[in-house]
Write a protein of this length. Structure first.
Length: 316
């Protein structure tokens, strides 16, 4: 299997057959062995039955059905886990991503890249959503160092070896390029076509902005402090204890030299609260260190990935 196309599905009964037909026409025309994995994410409509009929019609289509709605990230994670291809190509089921861009993504991938991201240069979404998306893309690129114009574009092409090790939660499917970069991926992007939605409604609401920001904080924490959480918690703890010491010293100074009673100043309370917060943070860091060691040792994992072994073996 060379190419696995990953299609998360949630309430897209009006689009699924057309999406499948488009994908089959394009992928068969490429002449590469492929599979299409459609994951029904607990849809309330007839999506699951349509996927079943499509898998009976097309031998290249594999269907997965969740017992309930787990979200797009979980759907993509399930598709990644079940994919057999050397190249993974996620694509939305709402018909807005154009399958005609897939051969271009793969051609770019063949130039030596591990990730080729789609960039919806002329988006057919509401103007407010486009502006918010641009802001989010700029923020994610700045924080992560993986500079892409369109993190929200599902249509991308990954080499399986840079994506398979990732474990995704929450809304973290948006950050798959970051996970790929952690695994040594060389990335680029190309401009792709974006079509207006013809059937159904968008599943994205304003609440996702907050979720994305929170998940970004988690991703950045994992990148910088996954193997050394005590640095994060310990730094906060030391700063808190330092503030506590300054507050306590100031309160004593006011009492001794200025005659200001402890009762009329908030400094003693501030000193107590910051000391307890600092102590709790340091203890949390120690616990996190223990958990990280358990995580690596029980799963027999290592805090590194080797890209290749360079060895000069002389003939004897």
């Amino acid at each position: 299997m060379e190419v696995s196309v990953l299609v998360p599905v949630f309430g897209e009964e009006e689009n699924l057959r057309e999406r499948a037909d488009d994908l089959i026409d394009v992928l068969r025309g490429m002449g590469r062995p492929f599979e299409i994995i459609m994951v029904d994410d607990g849809s309330k409509d007839d999506s699951a039955n349509i996927i079943t009929r499509l898998s009976e019609q097309y031998e290249e289509i594999v269907g997965l059905q969740f017992v309930r709605n787990f979200g797009q990230t979980a759907a993509l994670m399930a598709a990644i886990d079940h994919a057999k291809g050397n190249v993974l190509v996620p694509i939305d089921s709402d018909m807005q991503n154009d399958p005609q861009d897939i051969p271009r993504l793969l051609e770019k991938l063949d130039e030596g890249y591990d990730l080729v991201s789609g960039w919806r240069i002329d988006r057919k979404d509401k103007r407010r959503r486009v502006y918010l998306s641009r802001l989010a893309n700029a923020l994610i690129s700045w924080v992560s160092g993986v500079k892409l114009h369109d993190y929200g574009c599902t249509l991308k092409a990954y080499r399986a070896n840079v994506l398979k090790p990732a474990v995704l939660y929450g809304e973290m499917h948006r950050f798959m390029p970051i996970y790929a970069s952690w695994n040594g991926a060389k990335w680029t992007e190309i401009k792709t076509n974006h079509r207006p939605r013809r059937h159904g409604v968008s599943k994205y609401g304003m609440s996702r902005i907050i979720k994305v920001l929170l998940d970004l904080l988690v991703v950045m924490f994992l990148e910088k402090y996954m193997t050394k959480p005590i640095y994060f918690f310990g730094l906060f703890g030391i700063l808190s204890i330092l503030v506590s010491a300054i507050s306590a010293g100031t309160a004593v100074y006011l009492k001794v030299f200025e005659g200001v009673s402890f009762i009329v100043t908030p400094l003693p309370l501030l000193s107590t609260m910051t000391f307890l917060a600092g102590l709790s943070s340091i203890l949390a860091g120690i616990i996190a260190e223990i958990l990280i060691r358990i995580y690596f040792e029980v799963q027999n994992r290592r805090p590194y990935l080797i890209k290749k072994v360079i060895q000069n073996i002389k003939e004897r």
